[in-house]
Design a protein around this ligand. Structure first.
Ligand code: ATP
Length: 235
C-alpha cells in the first residue's frame, strides 16, 4: 500500500532522513520506534507531504506521491494526526470534527454516518460535543485529534506519539482505541516512545536512529531483541 524507497530529506544542509526504505501493507499496524530526534516526525511529515523529498520515491497504491501537496494526499487517504494535536481551541468539539471532513463536505450523509461512528468510538466526544475543544483535558484533546483525523476517511492513518503527555490510565485507553480503529480496517503507522504498549498492538516495527532505519522485525523479534529491550522497553 505504502512504499518508501531510498528517501532522503534535508533541513537546509542537515540530512534528517537518510536512505529510508520501508513498506506498509494494507491492513497492517506498524510501529516506528526511536529516541527523541531520531526522525520519526520527519518521516511522517514526509509521507504526508509537509517535507520536501530530495531523493528517492514514495509509492501509495502504486502511484508516486513524493512532493505532492498535503491536501491532495489527504484526499487520496493519507491522513496524519500530528504530535501536539493542533486543534482549534475556541471551536466546539463538533466543529473540530467537521473540519476533518472538509474534503468530503459535499457528501453530507457520509459525513453524518462517520460522525456517529466516531461518537461511538469516543462517547466522551459526544457528551462534550458543544464544549470548546480548548476546555477538554489532554487525553480528551488527543481523542478529538484522532477523531478529526478519522473524519477524513484515512486509508492509512499516521499517528505521531498519541500517548505523549497523557496519564497512564488514559494511555491504556488510547492504545485500546488505536487497536479498535485498526480492527475496523484502517492501516496504521504509529510513532511511539511507549515501545512496549505500541509493539503489543502491532504486527511489525522499525527502529530509527539518526535519520536511518537501523532495524526491522516482527513484534516478537523486536520484543526479544536485547538491544531493543535495553534501549526502548526496559527490563
Ligand atoms: P521527537 O520525538 O522529539 O519529535 P523525532 O524522532 O520525531 O523526535 P524529528 O522531529 O523528526 O525527530 O527530528 C529529527 C532531527 O531533525 C532532529 O535532529 C531535529 O532537531 C531536526 N529537525 C526537525 N525539524 C527541523 C526543522 N524544521 N529544521 C531543522 N532541523 C529540524
Amino acid at each position: 500500500m505504502l512504499k518508501l524507497q531510498h528517501i532522503d530529506v534535508y533541513y537546509g544542509r542537515y540530512q534528517a532522513l537518510k536512505n529510508v526504505s520501508m513498506e506498509i501493507g494494507q491492513g497492517e499496524l506498524v510501529t516506528i520506534l526511536g529516541a527523541n530526534g531520531a526522525g520519526k516526525s520527519t518521516l511522517f511529515n514526509t509521507i504526508s507531504g509537509l517535507n520536501k523529498v530530495s531523493g528517492g520515491q514514495i509509492l501509495f497504491d502504486e502511484s508516486e506521491i513524493q512532493n505532492k501537496p498535503p491536501h491532495k494526499l489527504v484526499r487520496s487517504g493519507i491522513v496524519q494526526c500530528a504530535e501536539g494535536r493542533k486543534l482549534f481551541p475556541e471551536m466546539s468539539v463538533y466543529e473540530n470534527l467537521k473540519m476533518g471532513s472538509y474534503s468530503h463536505r459535499k457528501e453530507k450523509e457520509m459525513v453524518k454516518k462517520r460522525l456517529d461512528e466516531i461518537y461511538a468510538l469516543f462517547p466522551i466526544l459526544f457528551d462534550k460535543r458543544k464544549d470548546a475543544a480548548g476546555s477538554l483535558s489532554g487525553g480528551q484533546q488527543q481523542m478529538l485529534a484522532i477523531g478529526r483525523a478519522l473524519m477524513s476517511h484515512p486509508k492509512i492513518l499516521l499517528l505521531d506519539e498519541p500517548s505523549l503527555g497523557l496519564a497512564p490510565l488514559i494511555v491504556d485507553q488510547m492504545f485500546k482505541v488505536i487497536e479498535e480503529i485498526h480492527k475496523n480496517g484502517t492501516t496504521i503507522m504509529l510513532a511511539e516512545q511507549n515501545a512496549h504498549a505500541a509493539l503489543s498492538i502491532s504486527s511489525r516495527g522499525y527502529v530509527m536512529e539518526s535519520g536511518q532505519l537501523v532495524m526491522e522485525g516482527s513484534r516478537d523479534e523486536l520484543f526479544d531483541n536485547e538491544e531493543i529491550k535495553r534501549a526502548y522497553i526496559g527490563a
